[in-house]
Design a protein around this ligand. Structure first.
Ligand code: ADP
Ligand code: ZN
Length: 435
């Protein structure tokens, strides 16, 4: 089993020592933020908290939360904690759920972020012998630049492909013998599908591992990608607000992602009440950045729903693990009063032998929600016999009803008729305009 680390001392540090380090960093960070960001000072003053009240991580709960609305409010410079002259980089969110947020980085911020990505690459088996194809988007999106920097740090030969141009991705992958692929899971699935169409078998391509993240994906999707590409597929998590990918990464156990706790302090809270929940309970993930200079966030509510675990990991890392986020609080659809996450639909599709190529369309007619799921047939499944299609649709709708508790109208559509994503996939079209 792969047991290598990029920064062994930190990654395997005894928990008590790690927490002591976090406490020291937190005290400094709170002071830095209070003294340099008027926006934070106001939030803390409002709660009656001063930096003197925070003596370690046990006092974390005293601090106010910060939300995406605050970030949008403070756009663009309101949360900046360093003079612009000390910053060297700006990145921005993908804007999946609204107005983009911009984040600033000093050189040290970039450096630590790239270390985090390097840890992820090494945990996936990466060494300086590897050729790392980075097919996340470059530019304002953090995926490309983050993994690119991490790949350099590991000493991999880096192929800065960016996303798109799938034919060229495949050609370079084969000609330049890429061994590690980094991109969104939906793009990895698309590359796999294209390779299969070209008659390529997994053993014909040199890839051994993939580092996929930036969007939710299921275990079933992981198995599909691992099979078509003949690799091990590792999850990576992050968000622009906290730096980008590499906040957490998967190791050889592939049972959740180790959070880089020396830089990011994680909490799980009840999204309704804000109450901190004990380890093992499901809730909203909240991060405090401990080292960031230019754009430090205290108790930032990610809106991602997941579970933390300190269970001992066979890889030797002591860093706490987060489960795959099961969606965002704002990803959750409420359809006819029932909570529906796109990931549940994806699980049903993969269990029933379909590809994860689908789109959920929600609308409202006569004061009732309509709930349609378009699902693509694979070329092998494709049939134009109406009675067969109806039978397949009915059986899929039944499986979804069992999972969700409500009945969708399932429509099977022709192979390749749902637009493929080269970045984050768009799974939901909500036409109800509920604000
Ligand atoms: P946006 O909020 O506009 O999508 P980002 O590009 O910064 O901005 O994306 C960060 C978000 O992407 C996270 O909050 C999370 O919801 C999602 N995400 C990132 N990595 C993963 C992952 N491995 N699994 C599930 N969701 C992820
Ligand atoms: Zn591990």
């Amino acid at each position: 089993m792969e047991q290598r680390y990029f920064q062994k001392e930190i990654e395997t540090m005894p928990v008590e020592e790690l927490q002591k380090l976090q406490s020291e960093k937190l005290v400094k960070q709170v002071r830095h933020v209070y003294e340099n960001v008027p926006y934070y000072k106001a939030l803390m003053d409002e709660k009656g908290i001063t930096p003197d009240d925070v003596r370690g991580i046990a006092d974390l709960h005293k601090l106010p939360f910060l939300t995406k609305a605050d970030l949008r409010d403070a756009y663009p410079y309101g949360l900046l904690a360093k003079p612009l002259a000390d910053c060297v980089r700006i990145q921005s969110t993908s804007g999946t759920t609204g107005r983009r947020v911009v984040a600033f980085y000093t050189q040290k911020d970039v450096d630590l972020w790239e270390d985090c990505c390097a840890r992820a690459i090494v945990a996936a088996g990466g060494t300086k012998e590897d050729v790392c194809q980075v097919a996340y988007g470059y530019g304002l999106f953090t995926g490309g630049p983050g993994l690119n920097g991490g790949s350099h740090k590991v000493g991999c030969l880096t192929l800065p492909m960016s996303s798109g141009n799938t034919e060229r991705q495949i050609q370079f992958m084969q000609d330049l013998k890429a061994t590690i692929l980094c991109c969104t899971p939906s793009y990895a699935a698309y590359i796999g599908e294209t390779l299969k169409e070209q008659g390529c078998k997994p053993e014909d391509i040199p890839l051994k591992a993939g580092i996929f993240g930036a969007e939710p994906w299921t275990e079933e999707m992981r198995r599909g990608i691992e099979e078509t590409l003949g690799i091990r597929a590792y999850d990576i998590y992050g968000l622009t607000e906290t730096s980008g990918p590499g906040v957490a990464f998967e190791c050889c156990e592939q049972t959740g992602m180790h959070i880089n706790e020396d830089h990011f302090l994680a909490e799980i809270i009840d999204p309704e009440t804000g109450e901190v929940l004990p380890e093992g309970e499901k809730g909203e993930l909240v991060f405090t950045s401990l080292d960031k200079e230019a754009f430090p966030l205290l108790r930032y509510r990610t809106r991602d729903i997941c579970v933390l675990s300190r269970k001992k990991c066979s890889c030797g890392r002591t860093l706490i693990k987060m489960a795959k986020p099961m969606g965002r609080t704002d990803d959750m659809l409420i359809i006819r009063g029932v909570n529906v996450f796109p990931s549940q639909i994806e699980t049903v599709l993969l269990n029933e032998g379909y590809q994860p190529n689908y789109q959920i369309i929600v609308d409202r007619a006569k004061n009732t929600d309509t709930f349609d799921v378009n699902v693509e047939m694979s070329p092998e499944q494709f049939t134009d016999k109406v009675s067969d299609v109806l039978k397949m649709e009915k059986s899929l709708a039944n499986a979804m009803k069992t999972m969700l508790g409500i009945n969708p109208a399932v429509h099977l559509v022709a192979p390749k008729s749902i637009v493929r994503s080269e970045g984050k996939a768009v799974r939901v079209i909500d036409k109800r305009k509920l604000v």
